[in-house]
Design a protein around this ligand. Structure first.
Ligand code: GDP
Ligand code: MG
Length: 251
């Protein structure tokens, strides 16, 4: 029988780590179905993910991380999943910690639509490359200012989404380097996020999409996306029974 929770693992050329990521998800997050989105890999990511026991959705060519994750949202929306968690295919995230994200989502302290695993909420010895750290610092200041709450790890890809967030991002999800923009989108659609501290590891093999050389491009692209995001018309959301949403829209 299909479960109510889905773990999606975007993966591009992760043949060295994908099987162990799928195995640890099966072991440590047993209430989750597992969907690996093979984003046009040229290695054996597909075969290894499938033999480890995941469903695998295979893009015929590379769409980029945003496209890969959006395929996950679409699958989760169409198949009626209640929660979707996103986990890197390189072993950086520990499936044991999904429980922490779930506990926060279900803690009853107000509605939360996205829980984000943060490396920086409590010091944990994680050292991102220098250029990446500078980018994270700038984006976390800027985003915190715009969304009016502290965001410490805006590029984290370890995130849990509820049904509202799944439906929003199945319709529209940023491309290229999507995490920072996704926080902004969530804010403008009046959905709510929070962070919980997690450990993150260095990737287990393969190469990161964000090499030091690409960091400058990343910075410029995401800065532009933030500016464009600020200029875009605000969506009008049905406030339902949420007085805070109604007030924010002046209804
Ligand atoms: N680089 C890259 N990663 C992708 C793509 N599509 C899916 N992914 C996967 O997205 C996840 C996050 O990417 P990663 O390079 O680890 O980014 P980082 O953790 O932010 O350094 C990994 O599991 C990748 O395999 C893509 O087009 N490019
Ligand atoms: Mg990674």
């Amino acid at each position: 029988m299909r479960k109510r929770h889905l773990a999606i693992v975007p993966a591009l050329n992760e043949e060295h780590t994908i099987a162990s990521v799928v195995e640890s998800l099966r072991r440590d997050a047993p209430s989750f179905d597992i969907l690996v989105v093979d984003d046009g890999s040229s290695d054996d990511t597909f075969g290894r993910a499938e033999s480890a026991g995941a469903y695998v959705l295979r893009h015929p060519f590379n769409l980029g991380i945003g496209g890969a994750v959006q395929s996950g949202f679409t699958y989760a929306a169409e198949n009626g999943y209640e929660y979707m968690v996103q986990v890197d295919g390189d072993g950086q995230h520990d499936p044991k910690e999904i429980r922490k994200l779930m506990e926060r989502m279900e803690s009853g302290q107000g509605r939360i639509d996205m829980v984000c695993g943060s490396r920086f909420l409590v010091p944990n010895g994680y050292e991102a490359p220098r250029a990446r750290r500078a980018g994270i610092w700038i984006f976390s200041r800027l985003l915190s200012l715009i969304v009016g709450q502290r965001v410490t790890d805006p590029t984290s890809g370890f995130r849990l989404f509820n049904r509202r967030a799944i439906e929003l991002f199945a319709r529209d999800y940023p491309h290229d380097y999507p995490e920072v923009e996704a926080v902004l989108m969530l804010h403008f659609h009046r959905l709510r996020m929070c962070e919980v501290p997690v450990r993150m590891y260095q990737r287990g093999g393969g190469v990161s999409s964000i090499s030091t050389g690409k960091s400058a491009y990343y910075m410029v692209k995401v800065m532009l996306a933030i500016v464009v995001g600020l200029l875009r018309a605000r969506p009008v959301v049905d406030p339902g029974d949420d007085p805070a949403v109604a007030a924010a829209q002046g209804i």
